[in-house]
Write a protein that binds this ligand. Structure first.
Ligand code: UDP
Length: 236
């Protein structure tokens, strides 16, 4: 019988008959401020599971090693059991969010080269920025592991930029997480969805992601549904 292993902000993780595989159940709720604000949002789990499954299928097909095995049902998927690295790996193609605030840049300033940052995963500390030598001092990852994650995340950025561009969507920035699979390989895990990406319509720059929920500027599901239907049209 499936037992609940862990409940996060947007997902529940369950055991399966295979100790190396877990079932991810996407919840119909949205959070902001590192979980301090939490609200039910109808259909969000189903839409995010479909967006995430489509993106991870695409990345697997393009040769990126990921935890994703298959979509199981509208709100569930099977993934490899991972031991996660306690880092959020952020890539930015345009200025927004904390980068825009920190350096007081114009919104959507385009970078010549993508910017990459690490944050230490800790709700208690509000996920602080962390640099390479701080990561080594805290023994979170070795220099080789950091360089593997950097190489992978830049490849992932290129592939996602191509996918979203075909859908008329600009990938402003995104966050991913890596971990070790049961064979000890450092591979991509967690989730890629409008909860963890900033996405804007390439023409109008309308926000299609969680910023709508964060800033109370409209119905968050309108943007999420647009992202799903446009991605589905590009992979058909
Ligand atoms: N992000 C995330 N989880 C976090 C923090 C950030 O998924 O705990 C994503 C966020 O959606 C955006 C990117 O990482 O796509 C960069 O976020 P930023 O540093 O600008 O922070 P924010 O201002 O969004 O808190």
């Amino acid at each position: 019988m499936a037992t609940l292993i862990n409940e996060g902000k947007a997902k529940q993780l369950f055991t399966t008959d295979d100790p190396n595989i877990i079932q991810v159940h996407y919840l119909n709720q949205a959070t902001a401020l590192n979980g301090k604000r939490k609200e039910p949002v109808a259909d969000k789990g189903v839409v995010n599971n479909q967006i995430d499954s489509l993106i991870f299928n695409y990345l697997n097909q393009q040769g990126i090693a990921t935890h994703f095995i298959k979509q199981l049902s509208p709100s569930d998927q099977l993934v490899k059991k991972m031991k996660m690295v306690r880092l959020e790996v952020v890539v930015r193609n345009y200025a927004s969010g904390s980068f825009q605030r920190k350096f007081d840049t114009e919104y959507l300033l385009k970078f010549d080269e993508p910017v990459q940052e690490f944050y230490y995963k800790s709700d208690r500390l509000d996920d602080p920025f962390i640099n390479d030598s701080q990561i080594h001092a805290l023994q979170i990852a070795t220099p080789e592991q950091l360089s593997t994650m950097r190489d992978q995340v830049f490849k992932i950025n290129q592939l996602l930029n191509q996918l979203f561009a075909k859908a008329g969507i600009t990938l402003v920035d995104f966050k991913v997480e890596f971990g070790f699979d049961p064979d000890g390989n450092l591979i991509l895990g967690d989730e890629i969805s409008p909860d963890s990406c900033r996405l804007v319509d390439s023409q109008t720059h309308a926000s299609l992601d969680k910023d709508v929920f964060r800033k109370h500027t409209g119905n968050v599901m309108d943007g999420y549904r647009t992202v799903l239907s446009r991605l589905e049209a590009t992979v058909k």
